[in-house]
Design a protein around this ligand. Structure first.
Ligand code: 5AD
Ligand code: FES
Length: 348
């Protein structure tokens, strides 16, 4: 049973848009440091002083969507396409499990694979391993979502990308934010733990729009919220745009921590793929999830959503050692358990 708001805590303050814009725009190092410290403190109180870990398996780079920012979009003829076999997917799950991790995130482009093929893979993983399964395969019908839930999937990640209709249209061809909202509603209705999120700094995003997205994500009580900077991919229409700023991304993350308190907030791979690895900084600003890459080495470079992606040259599973180091640097305990949503409560 889902209980909102969490009865153990008083309602958090809901700032208005102007307040959020003020904090988003603030570049004062002292003020930022204060914001990050507060966010880490709120994280520690509401989630514990720990970093939870999800193993990521990118099982297909095929995509029928046209997101103008993403290297996997179907119009990018230079993108390298692959699809892992059922066996390779199982091997990936085995690796995640052997690393002691108890959540696998199965991500792909909007590959138009038949729903039962994925359902079969889910059943196989559930039969063989003690793993929570998070799916991240884009917009699909309610029936497909239902089939995968039935097969054993636990969670679903679908970023809203932007709640601003106009901005959303400028980032996608022939798609509407309303469809995303409907998908998120369907997922929630089916009992998935639902994650969403946005990129920080794509062309056309203003501080006001970002502030409204933050309020949207907080008010929806998303179980997990992924926040990463936009990184231009040269083979996409947004290829010559400027990248999103790291400090603005960290401020967004910290504000979301203050507003959501007990949501899972990953230190995203995009934050690890800038001029240096900023994932530890994210953890010090309120994040508490790491998603190391467990895709087979041969395909890692092919899943190129944006260039310079962290971990792609490492061997399969090499991130495990790194994961420990990052938690230590951030002063957090490593938690490999399935770590379900902190917003779910069992009925008294
Ligand atoms: N830079 C940063 N993040 C991106 N994503 C897609 N393309 C890019 C990019 N160029 C993000 C989207 C998507 C997630 C899987 O990756 O938010 O939901
Ligand atoms: Fe992947 Fe370090 S987290 S190599």
């Amino acid at each position: 049973k889902r209980v909102f708001p969490d009865p153990r805590f008083p309602d958090p303050v809901r700032p208005d848009i102007e307040d959020l814009v003020f904090f988003l725009d603030s570049e004062d190092p002292g003020e930022n440091a204060y914001l990050f410290d507060k966010a880490a403190e709120v994280r520690d109180i509401h989630c514990g002083r720990r970093m939870v870990v999800r193993g990521l398996l990118e099982f297909s780079s095929h995509c029928s969507n046209t997101c103008l920012y993403c290297g996997l979009n179907r119009n990018n003829l230079r993108a390298q396409r692959y699809r892992l076999s059922a066996e390779e997917i199982s091997e990936g799950a085995a690796l995640v499990h052997a690393a002691g991790i108890r959540t696998i995130v199965m991500q792909s482009g909007e590959d138009s694979f038949p729903a039962d093929r994925l359902a079969e893979a889910i059943r196989e993983i559930k039969k063989r391993f003690d793993l929570a399964i998070t799916l991240s395969v884009g917009e699909r019908s309610r029936a497909d979502y239902a089939l995968w839930k039935e097969a054993g999937a636990d969670r679903y990640l679908l970023r809203i990308e932007s709640t601003d209709e106009k901005l959303y249209r400028s980032m996608h061809i022939g798609r509407e934010v309303a469809t995303r909202l409907e998908c998120l509603e369907n997922l929630r209705g089916l009992g998935y733990q639902v994650g969403s999120g946005i990129m920080v700094g794509p062309p056309g995003q203003t501080a006001e729009i970002l502030a409204r997205d933050i309020l949207f994500l907080a008010e929806r009580e998303c179980d997990m919220i992924g926040i990463g900077p936009f990184i231009p991919h040269p083979d996409t229409p947004f290829g010559s745009a400027r990248a999103g700023g790291v400090p603005l991304t960290l401020r967004t993350l910290a504000l979301l921590r203050l507003l959501t308190r007990n949501a899972w907030l990953p230190a995203t791979t995009a934050l690890g793929s800038m001029d240096r690895d900023y994932r530890t900084d994210a953890l010090k600003a309120g994040a508490n999830v790491l998603m190391p890459n467990f895709s087979p080495r041969e395909v890692k470079t092919k899943y190129e959503i944006y260039p310079g992606k962290r971990c792609v040259t490492e061997g399969t599973g090499a991130c495990a050692g790194c994961t420990e180091r990052i938690a230590r640097e951030a002063g957090l305990e490593l938690d490999l358990s399935r770590a379900d949503s902190l917003k779910m409560k069992t009925a008294p």
